[in-house]
Design a protein around this ligand. Structure first.
Ligand code: HEM
Length: 127
C-alpha cells in the first residue's frame, strides 16, 4: 500500500513542477510579447507537457493523501478539497494567459499567491 508520505512527495513534486512550468511559460510569453507582435515560443510544447504532467501529479498525490487521511464520507469530498480543486482548475487554466500580452504578467504574479493559498487551505482546513 502506498503511504501518505509517498503521496505527499508526489503532490509536492507536482506543485513544484507546476510552479516552474507555469512561470516559465508566462514569463517567456510576457517577454516575447514585449519584443514582437506575436508570441511564438519554441519551448511552448515542452512547457505545456510539463504543465499537464504537474497537474496530474498534484491530483494523484492529493487524492492519494485524501484516501490515507480517511476524511471522506462515501463520495462526498470535504469543502476544503473543493476549494483546492478550484485553485487547481484556475492554475490549470492560467496557461492560456500566454496568448494575451495583457494577461501574461498579472497571471504570473498571481501564481505563487494561489499556490500559497492552496497550501494554507491544506494546513488549516478553514471550512
Ligand atoms: C495547484 C493546486 C494545489 C497546491 C499548490 C497544493 C498545495 C499543497 C500543499 C503545499 C500541501 C501541504 C500541506 C502540508 O504540509 O501538510 C498540500 C496538502 C494536501 N493537498 Fe494540495 N495542493 C493543490 C491542489 C490539491 C488538490 C486538487 C487536491 C485534491 C485532492 C489536494 C489535496 C491535498 C491533501 C489531501 C493534502 C494533505 C492535507 C493534510 O495532510 O492534512 N491538493 N497541498
Amino acid at each position: 500500500m502506498i503511504s501518505y508520505t509517498v503521496y505527499k512527495v508526489v503532490h509536492y513534486t507536482g506543485v513544484f513542477l507546476l510552479m516552474v512550468a507555469l512561470s516559465a511559460t508566462l514569463a517567456r510569453a510576457a517577454a516575447l510579447w514585449r519584443d514582437s507582435e506575436e508570441s511564438v515560443d519554441p519551448w511552448a510544447r515542452r512547457l505545456i507537457a510539463a504543465h499537464g504532467t504537474a497537474l496530474f501529479l498534484i491530483l494523484l498525490g492529493g487524492f492519494g493523501m485524501l484516501a490515507r487521511l480517511d476524511v471522506t464520507e462515501g463520495l462526498a469530498l470535504p469543502s476544503w478539497i473543493w476549494a483546492k480543486l478550484g485553485i487547481w482548475v484556475i492554475l490549470g487554466g492560467f496557461v492560456a494567459a500566454r496568448r494575451s500580452p495583457r494577461l501574461a504578467t498579472p497571471a504570473l504574479l498571481l501564481v505563487p499567491v494561489l499556490a500559497a493559498l492552496a497550501g494554507w487551505i491544506a494546513l488549516y482546513k478553514p471550512f
